[in-house]
Write a protein that binds this ligand. Sequence first.
Ligand code: COA
Length: 320
Amino acid sequence: MKIIGTGSAMPKRTVTNAQLSEFLDTSDEWIVPRTGIKSRQVITDETLQALAIDAAQKALTDSGLKAEEIDFIICSNVANNYVTPALSAFIQEALGCKCPFVDLNGACAGALYALDIADAYISTGRAERILIVAAEEVTKFCDWTQRETSVLFGDGAAAMVVAKDDSPCYTILTGDSRYKEVITYRRKLEKTPFEQEGQAVDQPMIMKGRDVFRMAVLCSQRDIKDLLQKANMKAEDIKFFMLHQANKRIIDAIQEYLGLPEERFPSIIDHTGNCSSASILLLLDEVARSGKLAKGDKLMMSAFGAGFVTAAAIITWGHE
Ligand code: COA
């Protein structure tokens, strides 16, 4: 399986750290050394549906395929204003695809869960070309009076088209629900006459930052090492390590562990913040646009997120 097209779409509003410090007890001096984040794009009057469609359309155009040639649309999304139908329904309609579609919630690792499913479909002959979209509006999960979480996140949508090819795709997925409380975000649904008082809870995102940091570094290092072994490859065989963009210090720790030069670990977090599952596909699209990828390059992707879930993949860049 190989990647044959990418695309992305960002909200137009840029919010700098200095702008956050106008209403939060925080500063650029605190945020940059601890996270690497200088600014993020934040949804204002856009809809996530529109961003997801824009990113998907660009990836489809980039792939050179027609809408009817897509066999499946898998969209990674933690939450958006529509509980149902899925974001992927809007994408199918706007692009004019005729295939089935589904959304999944694999937290910040969702795009790699989608990639794993795509590989299962393609390698068993159930599909030949799959559109993967990751779209997130994480800024809407945060309590904007809480500096601990709100400075970390941004919004965005990105997509890639993967297609059947001789190059194998390798993936690892893990889940450890003992740590499901390290990141939580709870929403009330509609009230019914039957539920007990106090049963439903509205709780903006809460995160145990230090626990997440430690687990992210350890799990990503483990996944990357295990996946290289599974693929019988060396770190030198990988052109770029595209890691979840949650914190530059997490990326740096993984890079130092692997003992590889920083330029093999491209990063966009300085201008995007953490866009949850959209992060890795946003990074992929930005690196692709910069012209640094050549057909046949092997890419390692690795992500972690609420659950606690992790995922890693080695995939071939197949664009001309
Ligand atoms: N601005 C200023 N001060 C802040 C702040 C902010 N935005 N956020 C927290 N602080 C303060 C805390 O209140 C604390 O103050 P205290 O010492 O007076 O109690 C101090 O800074 C240290 O807080 P701490 O949480 O220990 O900082 P940290 O060095 O662990 O960094 C994170 C916090 C969140 C940046 C870091 O833990 C992290 O990035 N974790 C991973 C998060 C992540 O990746 N989440 C996404 C998963 S998909």
